[in-house]
Design a protein around this ligand. Structure first.
Ligand code: GLA
Length: 381
């Protein structure tokens, strides 16, 4: 996380900060739309964060400010409810979680700053929730387990942002570590930190700068399709479903539920295979699995969009001869970002190709950067 962000957060306070908290966004290498299907996911915390600087104010009121957003005032002496401005609902949701644990939160002034692009599929909302939870830990002098904190933040997203998300984003933001992937078994909610430190490998994140309105309803609808499919398959967990099971019930499931089901089972298998490929340093295979993941998200799960496909196709055109192992959309989809695994020495040329060719094809200026796995949510002060 760049220090200027901390300086900016401090500059937004009128009194000296007593607590500073930071939490990162995430990118997911593989395992998409299966965190709510008992699958495996392989995200890492990126080096883009939300930083909050705060000072207690001897009241029961929280005054929140964030550049470019309306200020928010929250009464901490009452149970939280959804309100205005909208961005503060993520904060209210996390406060509600701490209140439900029996904590009385002291009044504070806080300034929020962010280097996580919003609406880019990089989990700026999870970063906001996890930074808020970490700030409250600091203000209260308590410490939740990482898992408890991530689950509290997920609940905030469900209840105060009304997004029925899985556990990936909040777990990645909380458990992230430098040079580590956060591999999550979403059935047991167990985290394994997998080293990802080969300097020859780079990860490029390409934000298409489009965010289609469909996203919120589309996400809930996909989740509903997977629940319907599991019920029709007569199973209690996707981990017990094989591709043969889906094929056998193909017409009973009907379209598009059968294709949604095929994505879930094939993506769970791909992610397990990707973990093995990584352990064997087989990046060619890992890249192929990322490519196949994108195709499945585009054709079977239908959460890609024209701009994401353009960005992925440019990376594929550059191909292995240009240093690209594989590319796919990352996150919830319907816009947002792609993730490209490539050779470090070719990363600049690849980024330039993505930038220029995407702009030429769409007329939209993308935002393209590299990130290595970075630290998770933490107190800076
Ligand atoms: C969003 C959700 C996650 C996950 C991804 C898709 O980021 O918040 O829980 O479902 O979409 O993999």
């Amino acid at each position: 996380m760049p220090d200027p962000l901390i300086a900016q957060a401090l500059a937004g306070l009128t009194s000296p900060a007593t607590v500073i908290a930071a939490a990162p966004g995430r990118v997911n290498l593989i395992g998409e739309h299966i965190d709510y299907c008992d699958g495996f996911v392989m995200p890492f915390a990126i080096d883009r964060s939300i930083v909050i600087a705060a000072a207690k104010n001897d009241s029961t009121i929280a005054h929140l400010r964030s550049e470019g957003m309306p200020d928010a005032v929250i009464d901490l002496s009452v149970p939280q409810q959804i309100g205005e401005p909208h961005w503060a609902n993520y904060v209210r949701g996390v406060i509600a979680g701490f209140q439900q644990l029996g904590h009385l939160i002291p009044g504070f002034d806080a300034c929020f700053v962010s280097s996580v692009p919003g609406g880019a599929g990089l989990s700026s909302s999870a970063a906001l929730e996890c930074a808020t939870a970490t700030l409250l830990e600091g203000l209260l002098g308590v410490s939740l387990s990482k898992k408890q904190k991530a689950l509290l933040c997920q609940k905030a997203e469900h209840e105060f942002a009304k997004v029925p998300c899985g556990i990936m984003d909040q777990f990645a933001s909380t458990f992230g570590e430098k040079d580590k992937l956060v591999m999550i078994d979403c059935r047991s909610a167990e985290v394994t930190l997998v080293p990802f430190e080969n300097p020859d490998l780079a990860v490029i994140i390409a934000n298409t700068n489009v965010h289609h309105q469909l996203s919120d309803g589309g996400y809930a609808m996909r989740r509903k399709h997977t629940e319907e499919a599991l019920e029709l398959l007569g199973k209690s967990s996707w981990r017990d479903v094989s591709l043969a099971d889906v094929e056998e019930k193909w017409s009973a499931l009907g379209d598009p539920v059968n294709r949604r089901a095929r994505h879930v089972v094939t993506e769970i298998a791909r992610t397990q295979e990707a973990a093995q490929a990584l352990a064997l340093n087989d990046y060619l295979l890992l890249g192929k699995l990322m490519d196949a993941s994108h195709d499945s998200l585009r054709d079977d799960f239908e959460v890609s969009c024209a701009e994401l496909d353009v960005m992925v196709n440019i990376a594929r055109e550059v191909g292995m001869s240009g240093g690209v192992y594989g590319a796919r959309m990352t996150g919830g989809g319907f816009g947002g970002s792609t993730v490209t695994l490539c050779l470090s020495e070719k990363a600049s040329a690849i980024m330039q190709a993505l930038q220029e060719r995407y702009r030429a094809a769409t007329g939209i200026e993308p935002e393209i950067f590299c990130s290595r796995p970075s630290a998770g949510a933490r107190l800076v002060l």
